[in-house]
Design a binder for this molecule. Structure first.
Ligand code: CA
Ligand code: CA
Ligand code: CA
Length: 272
């Protein structure tokens, strides 16, 4: 192997390693949602030992000024999804002296226009006693309720146990009402980690009603895609639409793998 071939192969290896490194380290709060196995009962609490054991989680601090200023609230966030819905569980450490029954958890998504304004906006709010709100049309200051233009697609509840706030939230990946995010399985959402970064924003947080401010931070969310093991029927039949979706996804994945292997074989043959 001559020096030119050695340099080319080294560059290929470095590029692959760099791509993997960047994809894993690009955002400080990347949450890789897990594929849902156990059902969620939206009571605002961990209902049983199995309910959230199949989810993935991250730990982060919420704060005012997009997580940069106090008070800092130690938070753990779990996520899982199926083909239809995203499920989130929040655990937010909160001082009992500031507890308020009207405090709410939220997640919002902003897709910026290159010049000004937003291409898409969506916010989900979950209170402790239910009554979740689904919003859109953020103008930089105010949100508008989806209803009556669209539909309230947010479900969930929460409670405070004296140390932690707990909230459970359920939202469709694609409600179709044009007032919500449009998430797809296997895709990544939320790239900003600063308020001046105009790549898409995905923020989670708590609205402190008595202080009238948001305590929040940026996250990046990777929506899980199914594996074959996730779809082994256990005493039941898969719905036809679900079967079609799984087959389509598996074929796409197989095609991608075959193309990658073919490219590698051709590249190696050329180099040797
Ligand atoms: Ca529950
Ligand atoms: Ca909405
Ligand atoms: Ca909606």
């Amino acid at each position: 192997m001559n020096a030119k071939k050695l340099v080319t192969m080294t560059l290929m290896v470095v590029t692959v390693i760099q791509t993997v490194y960047v994809s894993q380290c690009d955002h400080p709060h990347t949450l890789r949602s897990a594929w849902l196995i156990n059902p969620v009962y939206l009571d605002g609490d961990i209902t049983d030992a199995k309910e959230w054991i199949d989810a993935e989680s991250i730990e982060l601090d919420l704060g005012t000024n997009y997580g940069r200023s106090p008070p800092f609230l130690k938070t753990k966030l779990w996520a899982k999804n199926d083909l239809t819905n995203l499920y989130l569980l929040y655990r937010i450490e909160f001082p009992i002296s500031n507890y308020d029954l009207d405090d709410q958890a939220f997640i919002y998504y902003l897709l910026y226009n290159d010049t000004s304004g937003f291409i898409a906006t969506d916010k989900s709010n979950v209170g402790q006693l239910g009554a979740p709100q689904d919003q859109y049309d953020y103008d930089g200051a105010q949100w508008t309720n989806d209803v009556p233009t669209g539909v309230n697609n947010v479900e969930g509840m929460g409670h405070y146990d004296g140390t932690f706030y707990w909230f459970e939230l359920k939202k469709p990946l694609n409600s179709g009402d044009m007032c919500d995010w449009l998430f797809e399985i296997g895709e990544t959402y939320g790239y900003a980690n600063s308020p001046i970064d105009t790549t898409e924003h995905l923020c989670v947080g708590l609205y402190d009603e008595s202080q009238d401010y948001d305590v929040q931070n940026f996250i990046q969310l990777v929506i899980a895609k199914p594996s074959i093991a996730d779809f082994t029927p256990v005493g039941g039949e898969l719905a036809p639409t679900q079967k079609t979706e799984i087959i389509r996804w598996l074929l796409l994945k197989l095609t991608a793998y075959l193309t990658l292997i073919l490219c590698c074989i051709i590249s190696v043959k050329k180099l040797l």
